[in-house]
Design a protein. Sequence first.
Length: 569
Amino acid sequence: MPLSKISPLRGFLSATVILVALGIYVVANAIQLGADYRLVTRTHEVLRHLDRIETLKHEAVAESRGYLLAGRGEARDRFWRVSGELHREAALLLDLVADNAPQRTRSQKLLEALDRRLALSADAIRTFRPGQAATINASAARVSAIRAGDVDVARRLDQLRQAERVLLALRSQRAERSAWLVLLATGIGIPLSLLLIGQAHRRLARENRVRQQAEAAASASNAELNATVAQLARLSDSMGALSHYSSMLQGASDAQELYEITSTTFRRLFPGLAGMLYVIRASRDHAELIAHWGSPVAPNDPSPEPHACWSVRRHAPYVIDDLRQGMRCPHIGRPAGAEAVHGVCIPLSAHGEVVGWLSLQGEGRGHIADESLAVRLCEQLSLALANVRLRESLRHQAVRDALTGLFNRRYLEESLAREIARCQRRQQPLAVLMMDVDHFKAFNDRHGHAQGDAALAAFARMVREMCRPEDIACRYGGEEFTLILPETDLATALERAEDIRAGAALLRIGDAGGALLRITVSIGVALMPDHGDVGLELMRAGDRALYRAKHEGRDRVAVAAGASAIGAI
Ligand SMILES: Nc1nc2c(ncn2[C@@H]2O[C@H](COP(=O)(O)OP(=O)(O)OP(=O)(O)O)[C@@H](O)[C@H]2O)c(=O)[nH]1
């Protein structure tokens, strides 16, 4: 298997095994080398002893000859002393070669040869008599034995030396081989271990890198997943908020409720932002700030022109990164503080027409958070606004007279019955004024139908302006009008009727030629409970009083018959 394919664990294990085996081998070889060294040292000692034995043997022989030739006693004494020393050396030699049987045998034989040779010299010394030197020479047999002994000793010494030298060579060779093998094993084992460790380290580093990359990828995908989950949660919250807002808007009965729901919803969903809700008036000449929430960070025009907002001009949300520097909508003033203010204006469009806009503003620079949610909320608001307007318009059409804007006859009959019941419950009076424009046929004939319409509208406007909020002004039909005055007694009713009559007489209706036309009205007054307890009864009584006012000369007020003290004014 190539080294690069070995796993890091295997690599480290193999390197450890090699290093341990190498260590054991080196220790074993060191022990062997130690033993070899000791043996070599001993061989040198043996050789030294052999040299010493040879030297002592030569000394002993020389001393014996000295004694035999010169008869000096000192030479004889030295002979005995050297002989003793020679024996001690020989004993030491035997000790040194005790574990080597052949050398031991050779050493014993050398010792024996020495003993024999020294015995010859000792014998010659013992038999020597001063002045008898010539006798020695005469003993040829002894001389021959001495020479043979010398040769024998020399031969045995050589044998021992040869054997020790062979041993020395063998031991040196073995020690050298051991050292070389240690070197070889170390030279191979250590680089191989290092290679394995390096390879394992490299693989480990690579695996570490791969693991780190995998961990980084896993953590990135984890973060991505978390972000997606958070986004989904936000989306779900947004959808929930949107759905709740939508259902609340659908339940709203009028525009005012829409504004309140919108204000509450935006305050909750966009807590850091101030909101301004503008609605363009039906006349489209200006917009009106009809609701606001939060603390505005810039001044806002309460009644700007519709085109004062860029979102209306562009029919799209308009983001302002910083109100201090960017292209502000003209309806937003310059923020007073030094801090950046960001904002967005979102148009409210329904059925292709912009009906208003929502302006959101907050401290700091940039886009508002969750702008898309704000846009979708505004879409819902636009639809709800259009629906409420449509509903109000239909309701208006159903109960209002188109020419005068007053309530129509159907509404009159419904509300009269309701108001009578209410006043009866509270034991309060209720007055009904039946009003009719005098000689209106003649007015029409003289000035035209359009002028007639204008006169009716002008009269209706005047009546409406003179009404209290609880009064109900209606066009009964043609040029006839009815005014219901709840909780009004006869005296007050007559006062109000007289005010209307006088007001009508003061009306000036301009014709095409610039002339100012005048009208007068007659009014009949009936009172609940004096003239009846039901609507029809009261209206008939009022009608009769009106007829009387006409009959008595018009431009006057008459009270229905049966009323107490007050008669016609
Ligand atoms: N211009 C205009 N005329 C209307 C309207 N409705 C009713 N008229 C007219 O009002 C006139 C009512 O006339 P009459 O009922 O004869 O009464 P008058 O002329 O007002 O006379 P007196 O009520 O007796 O004073 C008729 O000519 C109708 O055509 C309307 O909506 N516009």
